[in-house]
Design a protein around this ligand. Sequence first.
Ligand SMILES: [Zn+2]
Length: 428
Amino acid sequence: MTQLPLRAQLATALGRTAATLSRVTGRGDGSVIGGRVSLVLEPDLLRKLAHDRKLVLVSATNGKTTTTRLITSALSELGDVATNAFGANMPAGHVSALSSAKHAPYGVLEVDEKYLPEVIDTTGAGVICLMNLSRDQMDRAGEIWLLAQKWRRALAGKNTHVIANADDPLVTWGASTAASVTWVSAGQPWKEDSWCCPECGGPLDRKGMEYVPPGGVGTGAPSVAGENDWACRECTFRRPEPSWVLDDDAVVDPRGRRWVLDIQLPGRANRANAAIALATAEAFGLPVERALPRLREVRSVAGRYTTVERDGRHARLLLAKNPAGWLEAFDVLDPSLPVILSVNAQGPDGRDTSWLWDVDYRVLRGRPVLVTGERRLDLALRLDVADVPFQLVGSFEQALGAQPPGKVDVIANYTAFQQIRSEFGRAV
Ligand SMILES: [Zn+2]
């Protein structure tokens, strides 16, 4: 690595001092404040820190933090890796991540979807992973089609390789201006944000859900072959042929070899994240046989999937922030266990809870359901309408105490999740 210019060195050092001060005074891990201090002193610091490194940017609505962690674990097979492990996913967090591992030849950065164009421009990253786009934080985030359009503009004309989920039409559209793309069939259980063609606004055909025009049977419909296939009825935009395929508990690589994943992180969404991570590792010359054992070492990511314990109750924590995330969390639940649902609506969660109405809760019928969090009444009304019996409780602690000793699953959105972690220990 080349030496940083003096001003950049100073900015990095002062940023790290600020981060340390923040940590020792108990204000979090300090990566955001440290990065901000550094950027004030040297606005071009991110570009300088990124220079000469082999970088991957990871962006999506869901799964960014986990996929970043999986790729980091895989690439550590090749050398030191700088990464923003705690989800500080805007430029200040990136500065902090890269300056705390100054000599690492590799960098894996989780990037907020809205900041991706800026971070692509600044870092000149060689590889970018794009996984899924769906509604999130309805009062804050812009329309996701506009986000995908900004991705297209940012990728056009750059010498960047993209690893993208071909099963998500909006991601496919967002990625398709890139110079080269590795398409991965990583699945898309949540389809409510992709019934229309992003290119022309026409209807998308999907297997088993072919569009029928008003007044009769359509003619000349595009053939939609596989489970995850899709095609526009009115223009040529359709799912590209994937070279990597997530097939139940395994990944099929471009040479047709089937690798059973057998990772410790639970659920379909994490197998999709692992498929993206394996394709990314190969883009760095790391074969599946070396990358996969590294993915299997990852047990939890920033507290997700960990278990907290009190008085003999063992609660497994699942984070879900939006409708697509809740759908993936339901897939992880143990149907034999009670489940506690906790919903807040503070700034980081988005204040608008109308998204609760987009989730199909009927899968929760037949098990004890406890509802808590600041917006428990919003969720209670929604469950009532869906005919899901539940018990309303004042706090997470009461919810846990209301259960007999044993295991329980918990789904919480962002600040509710953080509250539970800070009150009940930061088991990792
Ligand atoms: Zn179209």
